[in-house]
Design a protein around this ligand. Structure first.
Ligand code: FE
Ligand code: CA
Length: 507
């Protein structure tokens, strides 16, 4: 018997093919979905641009804080229609299809669109039943090996919930950026967060911000997590020892699995990043033609446990030189070295979480450092700085977050020798909104850190990075008040790294 035309289309459409390949949903289909209100309450997003496509994201959640974590959706799989156009009015739709939104993934949708043109602007939107999403804008990466002349991107991190408004994102959304790189603390865990529903509803709360939604609707994001998407200062399979909810190893791994799944469900990530239980491959590289290669790291999931919890710093633990310790894990470290060796890009941007350069909090003889950052893993830092020094990859630049304070650092080959050469440059972005209660300690330590060219621990904001063949420029953008939507943006300081000359120069 021949299938009717209607069921034939359903069987051969993109959604049916997806379900067959990935086979993740056991839920029955909801053929004619109806909603009490528009289910696109969390906005839309795009991410991980390639020369020929991006991943498009949304999640159906008519009641985003529903106690079961399912956003007010019934336990059915639903077909979501998507469209990509070359104009904001969708007169010229160039790609369209359907994707399954399933309860197993909280009715999130991740559409990997291919067949688009490089370095091009696109607009996208979703439809389910009679409900339509807001439109998003995105931009593909340059053609392989081509020189785009210039790329501009935003660096963001640490967006502690500030009641829904983010002045930093509001100012960012007014710019024309090729992408946004987010290096972690996208959400902050609650004290008792443990279940999948806990983590889903926390993401849904953050995603309710109109300013965060506006930034996602305007630019593709490239994201990696730090600690607070899971738990403060987690390290590999080890929870913070003082967290009663998770200090049993198996219980922490389940918490980590829940946190990873909710993270994946709420961000525009590709299928290789979909977690399997407590494991998630988040490190990956993105090429922007011959101009830049982004090496995106995960320095949480594979790290050795912290040696001490002294805060913001404490006397350097002798085991920071123990060669068995690692910040990236052996596989990721080798992947990074291979990626740097084989890169043909002018700039090698290493986007990662915690501050890499040494920072001494004690202006006297004693060295006082933070052991959650690369200072607690000096052996790992030295492997990387020695690799850069010996293999000479083109223009490595380090991007960091985590510390809720802006820094510009010259990273030395060996920070135990202040006369050691500069091998790379680090731009630490300030937080979008998270406070810096240790600002005075940072200021007090500054005289002990001559390789640190700039600090600003007092202001929130984001960093605008502009990359050309000649220089990598970082503009440190601050807002007077993190949650005041009338706050105008101001550039507090600008630094460049010149082609072939590691080290920051103030402009
Ligand atoms: Fe943070
Ligand atoms: Ca952090």
């Amino acid at each position: 018997m021949f299938p009717s035309r209607r069921s034939f289309l359903a069987l051969t459409g993109g959604a049916a093919a997806t379900a067959a390949i990935y086979g993740f949903s056991a839920a029955p289909a909801w053929a004619e979905p109806r909603f009490p209100r528009n289910p696109f309450t969390l906005g839309v997003a795009s991410g991980d641009p390639a020369p020929d496509g991006v991943v498009l994201w949304t999640r159906l959640a008519p009641e985003p804080q529903a106690a079961d974590g399912l956003g007010g959706m019934p336990p059915y799989q639903v077909q979501v229609v998507w469209q990509v156009a070359t104009d904001p009015d969708f007169r010229a739709v160039v790609k369209a299809g359907t994707e399954t939104a399933a309860p197993e993934l909280a009715h999130s949708v991740h559409v990997e669109v291919a067949g688009l043109n490089p370095s091009s602007d696109y607009w996208f939107r979703f439809r389910v039943g009679s409900e339509e999403s807001p439109a998003g804008h995105t931009r593909t990466a340059p053609a392989p090996g081509s020189d785009p002349g210039k790329i501009t991107f935003g660096l963001a991190s640490c967006q502690s919930w500030a009641g829904g408004r983010y002045a930093a994102y509001r100012t960012m959304a007014q710019e024309d950026l090729d992408l946004v790189v987010h290096v972690g603390d996208y959400t902050y865990e609650g004290r008792n967060h443990e279940t999948l529903a806990d983590f889903r509803n926390n993401h849904a709360k953050y995603k309710s911000s109109p300013d965060l939604q506006a930034a996602h609707a305007r630019f593709p994001f490239v994201v990696t997590f730090d600690d607070h998407e899971v738990e403060n200062n987690w390290a590999g399979g080890v929870s913070q020892p003082d967290n009663e909810a998770s200090n049993e190893p198996q219980r922490f791994l389940q918490l980590r699995a829940n946190a990873f799944q909710a993270y994946y469900e709420h961000l525009p990530l590709r299928r290789p990043q979909r977690p399997t239980g407590p494991d998630m491959v988040l490190y990956r590289a993105l090429d922007y033609g011959s101009l830049a290669k982004f090496h995106v790291l995960d320095t949480r999931q594979y790290r050795s446990d912290q040696l001490t919890e002294n805060f913001p710093g404490g006397p350097q633990h002798p085991d920071v030189y123990d060669p068995s310790r690692t910040l990236m894990g052996d596989a990721q470290e080798q992947w990074l070295f291979n990626g740097l060796s084989s890169s043909t890009a002018r700039w090698n941007v290493i986007a990662q979480q915690t501050m890499m350069a040494q920072y001494d909090y004690d202006p006297t003889e004693t060295l006082s450092v933070n052991h959650d950052q690369w200072d607690g893993y000096v052996v790992s830092r030295n492997r990387l700085t020695n690799f850069i020094n010996q293999q000479n990859p083109a223009n490595p630049v380090i991007l960091s977050g985590d510390w809720h304070a802006a820094f510009v650092n010259d990273v030395l080959l060996d920070h135990s020798d202040p006369a050691s050469k500069v091998v790379t440059t680090e731009f630490v972005g300030t937080s979008i909104s998270s406070g810096c209660g240790w600002a005075q300690a940072i200021k007090d330590g500054l005289p002990a850190n001559p390789h640190t060219r700039y600090i600003n621990p007092d202001k929130r904001g984001w960093t605008r990075c502009t990359v050309t063949a000649d220089e990598f420029r970082s503009d440190y953008i601050i807002v007077p008040s993190a949650a005041d939507t009338t706050s105008p943006a101001a550039v507090d300081a600008s630094f460049v790294v010149r082609n072939g000359r590691p080290g920051a120069v103030r402009v």
